[in-house]
Design a protein around this ligand. Structure first.
Ligand SMILES: NC(=O)c1ccc[n+]([C@@H]2O[C@H](COP(=O)([O-])OP(=O)(O)OC[C@H]3O[C@@H](n4cnc5c(N)ncnc54)[C@H](O)[C@@H]3O)[C@@H](O)[C@H]2O)c1
Length: 259
């Protein structure tokens, strides 16, 4: 078991890649704080983990609130007796256009891709130090490595995630804390449907979302979308001690998109 006796948190764990990660980490021996705003999603993931003999604590939280972004650390550490890792997976697609942008949409993209990550990190660092080290993982995107013509604002915030990861990694390495990002390409989750059919993206108007998904995913070298489980595999590696000399990395998991 690659995370035996470790204690961790996965945000946005009620669906998609976060769900796959929470289930996989528990199978690898971790006790997992399963965090999402969607109560039904949280309950289903906790049930699946426990049915397989794993340990999970469901935490329903809207991470747009700073108090919630801190609370998830406290509740997980209290439930299991400490904290070893956090996968800050939450994100938001952001509006496609800059022209006509609603600044409320911009603020939401910043809050869900950057702000909640900073707040949760602030709460987690003392817990990780108390255990003599740990691992922080963030979800950026291929759009955080190369500019996305589909949403300049999404690229802006995901480049921000990568910058935060690279800088924080240098500051906390001496504490035994590793900090990394995964950069998924198009991955088969509900959010991919949101990405490809953003309402302010003229070319998508009236088109079948599944056709748009096939078209977008077909643009990578492998010609298919990633599976949530493939992202969970990469996340597991970066969180686990197998990646003991890897910090400050932003790993593309993208079927060759950024190659
Ligand atoms: N799916 C892709 O193609 C893709 C590609 C690159 C990066 N990403 C990134 O992956 C992450 C999204 O993962 P996914 O594709 O597995 O998404 P998903 O659509 O399967 O799940 C998103 C989850 O986030 C939860 N959520 C939304 N707002 C929340 C809030 N305020 N507080 C707490 N939880 C909230 C939802 O309830 C949902 O369960 C984001 O960081 C996104 O930017 C996705």
């Amino acid at each position: 078991m690659r995370l035996k006796d470790k204690i961790g948190i996965v945000t946005a764990a009620g669906s998609g890649m976060g769900r796959a990660g929470a289930i996989r980490f528990a199978r690898e021996g971790a006790s997992v704080g399963v965090v999402d705003v969607d109560a039904a999603g949280v309950a289903a993931v906790v049930k699946e983990i426990e049915a397989a003999g794993g340990k999970a604590k469901g935490i329903v939280a809207d991470l747009r609130g700073d108090a919630n972004a801190r609370r998830i650390v406290r509740e997980t550490a209290n439930a299991f007796g400490g904290l070893d890792f956090v996968w800050n997976h939450l994100g938001h697609p952001a509006p496609a256009s800059v022209e006509g942008i609603e600044m409320a949409d911009f603020a939401l993209a910043v809050d869900l891709n950057l702000r909640s990550q900073v707040v949760t990190t602030e709460a987690a660092l003392p817990e990780l130090r108390a255990r003599g080290g740990g691992s922080l993982l963030y979800t950026a995107s291929t759009s955080g490595l190369v500019g996305s013509q589909f949403s300049p604002v999404y690229s802006m915030v995901k480049f921000g995630v990568v910058g935060f990861v690279r800088a924080l990694a240098k500051r906390v390495a001496k504490d035994g804390i590793r900090v990394n990002a995964i950069c998924p390409g198009a991955t088969d989750t509900p959010m991919l449907r949101v990405f490809v059919a953003r309402p302010d993206q003229q070319s998508t108007l009236g088109r079948d979302p599944e056709e748009l998904v096939r078209q977008r995913a077909g643009q990578n070298a492998m010609g298919r979308p990633g599976r949530p489980e493939e992202m969970a595999n990469a996340a597991l590696f970066l969180i686990s001690d197998e990646a003991s000399f890897i910090t400050g990395a932003a790993l593309p998991v993208d079927g060759g998109t950024t190659a």
